[in-house]
Design a protein around this ligand. Structure first.
Ligand SMILES: *Cc1c(COP(=O)(O)O)cnc(C)c1O
Length: 432
């Protein structure tokens, strides 16, 4: 499969090149040239397919021919070495738990898949890369863990000082080896801006191959479409009219869900559930799109003022506002509503949600008010212990620390503080 740049000013390129480069030379995001729907039989027989089978069939058109079928199967098997259970909340709402991976964040899947693709492309040592990634919380840990020890890949993670949780910070600052953490005096958007600037800086790109591991990278973004298929497999015999509520920040996850729908997965509707960073909620209401500086919330992985993948969503729906609106609703909730939802889920349904999942739950409730016949699945994108202070404070109870989390808590943080783009630049140049 070849990919084109959404800015339309760069040549089309292969999967391999799109993964290694991250962003096209004209600063556009890459998008597949074609999306071929899967045969009906695939969805009819989905009960008989393993997660690996499903993922393999769903993604192979996007990764061939550079990744052979045998290699792809191995990459997928290694990527999906944990579970994706659906938990029933009530008659109309279920949750798909995406936090059973090594860093307990849904981003584990994309990070592990991408790391293995890059590792494969560098197997003859010809493609050494520096992965530069901005994180508002969970990306950093998932990328650090997914890429740890991958030969020929150096990972540099930028995170906003004081704006990620203690556990998240530990996960991205304690691994060592090929992973370095830069603590930025600023907000997530500052981190993301620095990363984008580095990619366009000839002084850097002439000396090193930089790539991203944010969901702008196709190898991070596309594997997320698996989730929707796994949920469908578990629910389609019980419910019709499946809708998904996705707690959204950069809109990569929801956009991957829309790719699953393009592949033929019978999804009725998408709900972009947002915290107070409500650019898309406002857009669907007013028809005008106004990125804003991000505001800090308790669901900090969604504190994004200018969601990078929204342009891909517009491409999927041919930039047709009406078509987009018929497939996508969006609601925005503030921190008090989010806390009330965590409390309601715990007290009424005995379910402990993290703040992101709680926003997804609220999105389901708002949508179901107008569409009582739907069954809504909200994605639970992080384990509640990753937001321990907030969750324990709201439910007035203790949450047990899973083993994956316990093991990083006693390690020492190692991070370099930076303030300006020039700090990042000199840091990278020193190491080149
Ligand atoms: C990254 C993240 C999100 C947002 O996902 P996007 O693909 O950026 O929309 C939601 N919840 C958690 C816990 C995350 O880490």
């Amino acid at each position: 499969m070849n990919y084109y740049s959404l800015n339309k000013q760069a040549p089309n390129t292969s999967f391999k090149n799109a993964v290694i480069k991250g962003l096209a030379p004209d600063k556009g995001l890459y998008f597949p040239e074609r999306i071929d729907a899967l045969p009906h039989s695939f969805f009819e027989n989905i009960d008989a397919l393993s997660h690996t089978d499903i993922a393999f069939e769903a993604i192979k058109q996007f990764t061939s021919p550079e990744i052979s079928e045998a290699v792809l199967r191995t990459i997928i098997e290694e990527t999906l070495s944990f579970d994706f259970p659906v938990v029933n909340i009530n008659k109309h709402i279920s949750t798909l738990e995406l936090f059973h991976g090594p860093t307990m964040a849904f981003k584990d899947v994309g990070a592990r898949f991408m790391a293995r693709c890059l590792g494969y492309f560098n197997s003859d040592n010809s493609n050494e890369v520096t992965v530069l990634v901005a994180t508002s919380g969970d990306t950093g840990g998932a990328v650090a863990n997914g890429f740890l020890g991958v030969k020929g890949v150096n990972v540099v993670i930028l995170y906003p000082s004081g704006k990620v949780s203690n556990i998240q910070e530990k996960q991205l600052t304690t691994l060592g080896q090929n992973i370095t953490a830069l603590e930025v005096d600023g907000v997530f958007d500052d981190c993301q801006d620095m990363v984008k600037r580095a990619f366009l800086d000839d002084d850097l790109t002439s000396k090193m191959q930089l790539t991203s591991a944010n969901s702008i990278n196709v190898a991070r973004w596309l594997p997320q479409l698996f989730y929707f298929m796994f949920a469908y497999k578990q629910l389609h015999n019980t419910y019709d009219n499946l809708v998904f509520s996705i707690p959204s920040g950069n809109f990569g996850n929801i956009c991957a869900g829309m790719m699953a729908q393009q592949l033929g997965l019978p999804i009725k509707h998408f709900i972009a559930s947002n915290n107070s960073n409500n650019v898309v909620t406002e857009y669907l209401k007013t028809g005008s799109y106004h990125p804003k500086p991000s505001v800090q919330t308790i669901s900090n992985a969604m504190d994004v003022g200018n969601p990078s993948n929204f342009i891909r969503i517009q491409e999927i729906y041919n930039n047709d506002f009406e078509v987009l609106k018929s497939n996508l609703s969006s609601f925005s909730f503030d921190d008090n509503q989010t806390k009330a939802a965590i409390s309601e889920l715990y007290n009424t349904y005995n379910y402990i949600a993290d703040p992101h999942g709680a926003v997804g739950y609220l999105g389901c409730k708002s949508y179901l008010k107008q569409h009582p016949n739907a069954h809504c699945v909200f994605l639970e994108t992080a384990h509640p212990t990753k937001f321990l202070d907030i969750v324990e404070d709201v439910i007035k109870d203790k949450v047990e620390l899973p083993e994956q989390i316990q093991s990083v808590m006693n390690k020492n943080k190692v991070a370099t503080s930076i303030t300006h783009y020039d700090d990042l630049k000199s840091f990278l140049l020193q190491r080149s």
